[in-house]
Design a binder for this molecule. Structure first.
Ligand code: ZN
Length: 405
């Protein structure tokens, strides 16, 4: 499992916070780092430091973490609209060499169209076929150029296609070139049925010894469904992103029966940092003193509840009283819609407070900050919830790989 593509967190990486890495490695997309062609997500200072010290040192994946894998790819989604990829194979080899990457992907070009029912090389627009050829040509030159990085570097040939059949064909051609590790790209928008079809088609055309990586695997929580195709690795940002971007599934727990279950975080936004609330204050619809009092009371109730000094019922009411102001500040919603939203919120709150999942978790985030990990408020808390998710998810992935025949 390799969570990648994330902006630089200059205070602490998950492996530093936990003292162990809740992943087997990290994947860095060149598009995220940015350079003279792309802005990327790093500041120019960070991008320069990245270039100067190399990816491993930059990510502080050195010292006792030095044996962790460092994967790289060209970040094809960042140049998806370009006629041709902006990097040559030689550019990427230099990037991987400078950064001390252990694994690197060839320069691919995302294919937009996808049709599950096409067999073999059937179908495919002119643009899809052009991108297919570019991806294979690049893979050929990348394999050649990457030899200079020596045996400690593993090149991955990227598969792009417009159908399961064309992906199978690409995989067969890459294997013939000499690749022993393939990366499947462009599957982000595909549903589970299509992902199955692609993996089946690819596996049918290559040796069982050839390893597979799933790039930006959006179905990471369902990895157990795909294990049978012999997935050597995948990268995902889901555990981190869901902590704050999902409407409901913010906090991961493992189900007793296997698999991942979720709780919604408890939203207590900072009153004076919410533009929605501030607008209400400015327009005189909300009194600021009342707002801050409700906010403080919601937080107090949650913390007291955690210490066993407040009832579930009163805690729910305290949080809901604040949420109500927040909901009614959104003038675009009708009263009935708000009522419904409040009822849903009440149910979710009662569930999470009754079950107290943070008390069961042994990860050092939950141990250290207890109920705060569930409170949706400010970047720092949300990020630590993401770290917790990573730890839970990594355990889950390891148990699946252990079960694998
Ligand atoms: Zn935890």
């Amino acid at each position: 499992m390799r969570p990648g593509r994330r902006p630089y967190w200059d205070d602490q990486y998950p492996h530093e916070l936990f003292g162990y890495a809740p992943y087997d490695g990290i994947l860095v997309s060149r598009g995220i780092v940015g350079d003279h062609q792309f802005k990327g997500k790093y500041s120019s200072g960070q991008a320069m430091r990245f270039k100067r010290v190399g990816a491993r040192k930059f990510l502080r994946l050195n010292g006792k973490f030095g044996s962790k894998d460092l994967f790289g790819d060209s970040g094809a989604f960042s140049y998806v609209a370009h006629e041709v990829p902006p990097y040559t194979s030689e550019d990427m080899v230099e990037f991987y060499g400078d950064g001390q990457f252990t694994h690197g992907c060839s320069v691919d070009h995302v294919i937009f169209d996808f049709e599950r029912s096409f067999t073999g090389m059937q179908g495919g627009s002119d643009d899809a076929k052009r991108r297919f050829e570019i991806t294979l040509e690049n893979a050929k030159s990348f394999l050649r150029a990457s030899r200079e990085l020596g045996p400690s570097f593993t090149p991955l040939g990227v598969v792009q296609g417009w159908s399961p059949g064309s992906m199978g064909e690409a995989a067969a051609q890459l294997e013939k070139m000499g690749y022993t590790y393939l990366a499947l790209g462009g599957m982000v928008p595909l549903n589970a049925t299509s992902v199955h079809a692609c993996l089946q088609a690819v596996r049918a055309r290559i040796s069982t010894r050839t390893q597979l990586h799933l790039l930006g695997f959006a179905k990471a929580e369902q990895i157990h469904e795909f294990a049978k195709y012999g997935i050597a690795s995948f990268d995902t940002t889901s555990p981190l992103v869901r902590a704050f971007k999902d409407a409901r599934a913010n906090y991961y727990v493992t189900k007793e029966a296997g698999g991942i279950d979720y709780y919604a975080a408890i939203r207590v936004p900072q009153a004076l940092e919410s533009t929605r609330l501030l607008r209400g204050v400015k327009e005189g619809r909300i009194k600021q003193e009342i707002l801050t009092a409700l906010e403080a009371n919601a937080l107090r109730a949650l913390r007291e509840f955690d210490r066993g000094r407040e009832t579930t019922e009163r805690t729910v009411e305290a949080v809901l009283a604040y949420s109500k102001v927040f909901l009614s500040a959104d003038s675009g919603k009708t009263e009935t819609e708000n009522e419904r939203a409040l009822l849903e919120l009440r149910n979710r709150l009662e569930k999470v407070l009754d079950e107290k999942p943070w008390k069961e978790c042994v990860c050092s985030v939950c141990k250290a900050i207890s109920i705060e990990v569930l409170i949706f408020r400010g970047n720092n808390r949300n990020r630590r919830r993401g770290f917790h998710n990573l730890a839970v998810f990594h355990q889950h992935v390891k148990s699946i790989l252990r079960e694998k025949p």
